[in-house]
Design a binder for this molecule. Structure first.
Ligand code: GLC
Length: 611
């Protein structure tokens, strides 16, 4: 066993060197070390520990704490919004207010302000909300993902924020997991290149580009591979559970996205809440230091997940020391930051955490900040409000519309149901999600969990898009329950999931909701062709709907640009999406993958029709 592991280390060490030295894109972060070390030498212990501390802005006891504790970073986690509301102006004023405080410190080291811009700048009203990763995975189009993330970076920068906690390079292996939609694919080959493309889009080739932001590959490692029922929270299903795999399998499935995003120059990586073989990732030296930093040559910094170290063993000081000594560099505290600072200082002073480890962590953080030009006194670190005119722009929405088109997967199309005729006399639309932007966008939209309804301005529902697409003579009627379709040329039903995020999305069963099945039956009873569009964060058990449908489209969580769905429905764009998740025939097939003897899905990984 030892021999094999050693061989694996040698081979990966070679790979690691390859990655570290031959990364084409951005400059190696260690190339900034002369400037970094010069700054590090000036720093007091208080200033060093402050750089390693990230509170959520909600819990700041006063803005003055940013300077008083030399904070290196602040975040807005889900629902951590400006008190004045989620407008572009309110967000920009909030970030500038905090940044000015950081600049008051002796060394004027600016903040990294982090936010979950996971499908556009999704916290802010009026932002373009792109398809979630599960839809982008169906496009298999790295160039498109790079373009999306470049646009996202501009919209994030418009608010003065300089760090997005994306891309999520998880490989969800059990779609009962509530975070399935944050993954591009159930197989590493569907994640590797899209994750790298996302980093290139967010960070560009030069981290100092004021139109780019720092990326964050997450959640390292094996967040999508937890065993069903191993979760210790919520309904105790999958989220934050235990991934029980040998190291070879973990590497093959769950590390591939980190190898490619490191090669693309990702500046930060977020260890997962979950465990690997019973040990929390946040406290695993094997994962955080030996594999990620030593073998794979990661030169940026590790940011913990939200309060993740609280789940480690022992008292708070022990949790802190365990995680920092394992290789964590910055801690998303997020609430008791004053206590965190006091305990970490104690640990540094009594040797529980060696000063060399503190210096390495701060060096990694400063590498990124200096690479981003944050210490360049010629550049303002406040928001560039000239970018507001691009925020939610028609140009950005056009790219999102194209992403929607490319993400749709046509699973069934009989009797020529699709494409629809724009000159049809009457199209009857139904389903709870036909005219619901919130259901179109899913979780992580304006609020952490997302919500049904008209959640953000500037978007287009599928019903609105259908009305825009048809001829002036065409009548478009609508009934949520699908009734009243008699006499129409065709019925279009939009059904599926309502928004959720993280643990709240863990499910025991993935059958369609009764109201969705009823709507399909009502529409079918009218004796007309029926097209079903499913809005969901994962494949669902659709046997009660697909047999009654003449056409069936998986639209995932497309975001604000419903016109992209109409483009496919009316043939302005021929469907090209391919499943990046196997579609189970029944719940018995969930968690079964290509290569498994019992693999017998309704639709295979890679399936997708056109016309
Ligand atoms: C959340 C998520 C992580 C996110 C972080 C900050 O709990 O696990 O994806 O980036 O906290 O909001």
């Amino acid at each position: 066993m030892v021999k094999i592991r050693f061989a694996a280390i040698l081979c990966l060490a070679g790979l690691g060197c390859l990655i570290a030295t031959s990364a084409s894109g951005p400059k190696k972060l260690s190339s900034f070390d002369p400037q970094v070390n010069a700054l590090l030498e000036k720093m007091t212990l208080d200033e060093k520990v402050g750089q390693m501390t990230q509170p959520d802005q909600t819990f700041l006891k006063s803005d003055a704490d940013i300077a008083k504790y030399y904070l290196g970073s602040v975040l807005s986690g889900g629902d951590s919004d400006p008190k004045e509301g989620n407008s572009l102006e309110a967000w920009t004023n909030l970030i500038d207010r905090y940044q000015k405080r950081a600049l008051e410190t002796r060394l004027s080291i600016p903040l990294l302000y982090g936010v979950d811009a996971v499908h556009g700048h999704n916290n802010v009203l009026g932002a373009v909300v792109f398809p979630h990763n599960i839809g982008l995975g169906s496009t298999r189009n790295p160039a498109l993902i790079e373009k999306i993330e470049r646009i996202t970076a501009v919209e994030v920068r418009a608010t003065g924020i300089n760090w997005g906690f994306a891309p999520c390079v998880t490989v969800p292996r059990d779609i009962r997991w509530g975070r399935t939609y944050e993954g591009y694919a159930e197989e590493p080959d569907g994640v590797k290149e899209l994750g790298a493309a996302a980093v290139r889009g967010l960070q560009g080739d030069d981290l100092a580009d004021p139109l780019r932001v720092l990326g964050c590959a997450k959640h390292y490692a094996g967040d999508g591979g937890t065993a069903y029922g191993s979760s210790t929270i919520g309904p105790h299903l999958l989220d934050q559970g235990d991934t029980r795999l040998d190291e070879k399998t973990l590497r093959e499935i769950h590390l591939q996205g980190y190898i490619t995003t490191i090669r693309a120059g990702v500046g930060s990586i977020m260890p997962s809440y979950s465990s690997w073989n019973g040990l929390k990732c946040s406290g695993s030296k094997r994962l955080l230091t030996e594999i990620l930093k030593d073998e794979l040559g990661f030169e940026g910094f590790l940011i913990s997940d939200y309060g993740a170290i609280d789940a480690l063993s022992g008292d708070y000081k022990h949790k802190i020391a365990m995680s920092i000594n394992a290789g964590m560099d910055m801690v998303m505290v997020p609430e008791r930051y004053r206590e965190f600072i006091a305990r970490l200082k104690e640990a540094a002073q009594d040797g529980t955490v060696p000063m060399a480890r503190i210096d390495d962590a701060v060096r990694r953080i400063l590498r990124v900040k200096i690479a981003m030009g944050l210490m360049d006194k010629n550049h303002s670190q406040l928001a560039d409000r000239k970018l507001w005119k691009q925020f939610g722009s028609a140009e950005h929405r056009a790219v999102a519309r194209d992403a929607v088109r490319q993400s749709l997967v046509l699973l069934k199309n009989e009797h020529g149901a699709l494409p629809l005729a724009k000159s049809a006399k009457r199209i009857h639309v139904g389903g709870k999600s036909a005219d619901d932007l919130g259901n179109q966008c899913g979780g992580w939209t304006i609020t952490w969990q997302g919500s049904s309804g008209n959640v953000t301005p500037g978007g287009t529902t599928i019903l609105q898009a259908i009305k825009k697409a048809v001829s002036k003579e065409t009548k478009v009627t609508f009934a949520v329950d699908g009734k009243g379709a008699e006499g129409a040329d065709v019925g279009v039903l939009v059904i599926g999931e309502t928004p959720y995020a993280e643990t709240n999305g863990d499910r025991r069963d993935l059958s369609l909701a009764p109201e969705d099945v009823a709507a399909v039956e009502n529409m079918k009873a009218a004796g007309i062709p029926v097209v079903v569009i499913l809005l969901s964060g994962r494949p669902m058990i659709v046997d009660k709907a697909i047999d009654k449908a003449d056409a069936f489209v998986a639209a995932w969580l497309p975001g604000t640009e419903g016109d992209g769905v109409a483009d496919v429905l009316f043939g302005d764009y021929k469907p090209s999406g391919k499943l990046s998740f196997s579609w189970p025939r029944s719940m018995a097939q969930v968690g079964v993958h290509r290569g498994d003897a019992s693999y017998d899905p309704l639709f295979q990984y890679g399936y997708g029709l056109s016309y």
